[in-house]
Design a protein around this ligand. Sequence first.
Ligand code: 13P
Length: 254
Amino acid sequence: MRKLIIAGNWKLNAGAEAAATALAKGIADKHGQTDAVDIVFCPPFTSLRAVQSVIKGTKIGLGGQNLYPKADGAYTGEISPLFLLDCGCKYVIIGHSERRTYFKETNEFINEKVKCAFANNLIPILCIGETEQEREAGKTEAVVEDHLRGGLAGLTAEQVKGMVIAYEPVWAIGTGKTATPDDAQSVHAFCRKIISGLFDETTAQTMRIQYGGSVKADNAKELLGQPDIDGALVGGASLKADSFIGIIENSGAL
Ligand code: 13P
């Protein structure tokens, strides 16, 4: 049985220490010791330490929203995996569609980051997913396959088993539109088929695949109830303690 993983991607929000601390505390007070589901906060870099101090001693994990695939050096403005580790991170989001779109990140660069995360004992949450245009052109499976092949190139089955994929259809992010549970389920099952072909069936059945894109308390139950959906990567609804708690409580895992 795969354990659900519900992660809040706070993006460029809740950046001020007071806001981040209050948000983390609101959720940790209620679910800090919850074991039935893995809960992860991914705040902006500048709030990592403050959030870590709130969740210390709880079961909640911390994640970065990105990394630069170098330990150190002349890379002005970038964040090394070592800094994330130093702040207490266990996870790191890689290849989010906002980074693919606004920062022109390619599969090759994303793959470098995934490998760098593993080299530094961080668990990558690799984001994949098609745009609206690609979906309308019937290219969903081709895009998802391309993101998986590119992002997972050169990894071992052992590594892939321990990582997380987040299927986030770009047209569902921040729009209030969600994939229907059936559509999301069928893409997740397709991802497992590709991973089984690239690695093996055990790997495909062991690794966790989250859904992301307008997940809220009131659609969490149906989405997370699908057999191949192992949790959620949540943007907007992770910014209020009550709505994130609602997703955890409707996940079916408690
Ligand atoms: P929303 O939940 O705001 O649609 O964002 C999803 C997302 O991009 C999480 O990484």
